[in-house]
Design a protein around this ligand. Structure first.
Ligand SMILES: [Zn+2]
Length: 396
């Protein structure tokens, strides 16, 4: 049996007074998820383990059976770089990049006025310095990735992002003596690119139009790229990924899953859910394991917008009609909880449903946290999920 594996990023939540002490998932009208829950098994998932509020990257690694605490975990930089579509080579050093606006040596906007597209700068920001190749690749909106290819590089560095506005950008400092050279050339690169960007015709035009210039690069998440055992070999499955946001595309590329593109999959609140789920159904002929990632749920959690979170879950549910009766294993869960109450990731377990293997077991009326706590699957740990899925795929 094949499998459609849907991760609703930051799905888990806590009871909210304004929702009648229900969570957004419990308050949402979700007839299709309820149907799938009734046709399958439910439980709770602790993606990384008890008491850990994980970031999305490590949580996905754990769920896919790769420990984020191992040496090979590349960190955010290489994952974002892969997510731009760039092919990293072994030992490439990569950072995630935000375009910012620098004025009078202060970062006045950490997103450069949310500039829509930075791909125009790719060529001008890619050059050689002190024998090291610097390659800039654009991501979505104001985001991108910087790749350093060369000798004697180190990731033992501080960031250049002051994390707050109206502060000067930070000098990159070495955290060990072996990182002196890397820190030196990175600071030089940031000075040079600030000059290039300040004189760039695109920024001259932005300033004329009253927009903020995208004239400074904030670097974070340094990490080296290493090859690891691909997902398909580890599980003997042909897999693909349907995602919008760069990090998740990067995770898929790192695990060597095929990336399937869909129209309007933005990784933002406006993402086209119908296109993603329709594409998953279409891919079932060609793939054993189809991972669908929807980021929007988490974004509403971070904003504390419980109405928005409830509505996006209803929108997702409506589109689950497309695969409700597809003959395959259907799994819905999250990579962590993002409770609206705290606007951040928490260690709370997240609802899990596994459906489509033909055994009608659960009697619950509604898919949601409270009912899943009493589900037949109990509380599962992230790394136990893939073996369970593999068993079910083999049995049915
Ligand atoms: Zn997440």
């Amino acid at each position: 049996m094949k499998c459609i594996f849907i991760i609703l990023d930051g799905l888990g939540d806590r009871p909210i007074k304004e929702l009648g002490n229900l969570t957004p998932l419990e308050a949402a009208n979700t007839p299709n998820m309820d149907f799938l829950a009734q046709q399958g098994d439910c439980g709770m998932l602790l993606p990384v383990g008890l008491g850990i509020a994980p970031e999305s990257g490590p949580a996905h690694f754990e769920i896919f059976g790769y420990s984020p605490f191992s040496d090979f975990y590349p960190g955010r930089g290489p994952l974002e770089a892969l997510g731009t579509g760039f092919d990293l080579k072994e030992n490439d050093l990569a950072f995630r990049v935000n375009f910012a606006t620098l004025e009078n040596n202060k970062i006045i906007d950490r997103r450069a006025g949310r500039i829509k597209d930075v791909s125009i700068f790719e060529k001008d920001l890619s050059f050689e310095l002190n024998g090291v190749q610097f390659i800039f690749k654009a991501g979505t909106e104001h985001r991108g990735a910087l790749i350093l290819r060369g000798e004697n590089l180190s990731k033992e560095l501080t960031d250049s992002d002051p994390r707050q506005e109206n502060l000067p950008p930070l000098e990159i400092k070495p955290l060990s003596p072996t990182a002196d050279f890397t820190a030196m050339i990175l600071n030089e690169y940031l000075r040079k690119t600030n000059e290039i960007l300040s004189e760039h015709s695109v920024n001259k035009k932005r300033e004329k139009d009253g927009l903020l210039a995208a004239n400074y690069l904030l670097l974070r998440g340094a990490g080296f790229f290493k090859e690891i055992e691909p997902f398909n070999e580890k599980y003997n499955l042909k897999s693909c990924c349907i995602a919008g946001a760069g990090l998740y595309k990067g995770i898929a590329k790192f695990l060597k899953m095929d990336l399937i593109t869909t129209q309007e999959a933005t990784g933002a609140k406006d993402t086209n859910i119908k296109n993603k789920i329709s594409k998953a159904k279409e891919m079932i002929d060609d793939y054993d394991f189809i991972w669908v990632h929807i980021k929007a749920v988490d974004l509403f959690g971070h904003d504390g917008d419980f109405v928005g979170k409830t509505e996006i879950l209803e929108k997702i549910d409506k589109n689950l009609e497309i695969i409700k009766n597809t003959d395959c294993l259907k799994i819905i869960t999250g990579d962590h909880s993002t409770p609206c109450e705290i606007k951040d990731h928490s260690s709370d377990p997240v609802s899990l449903l596994i459906s489509g293997h033909g055994i009608q077991k659960e009697t619950m009326e509604k898919f949601g946290e409270k009912n899943c706590e009493n589900g037949k699957l109990g509380t599962m740990i992230g790394k136990d999920l893939m073996p369970k899925i593999k068993d079910l795929m083999a049995e049915h």
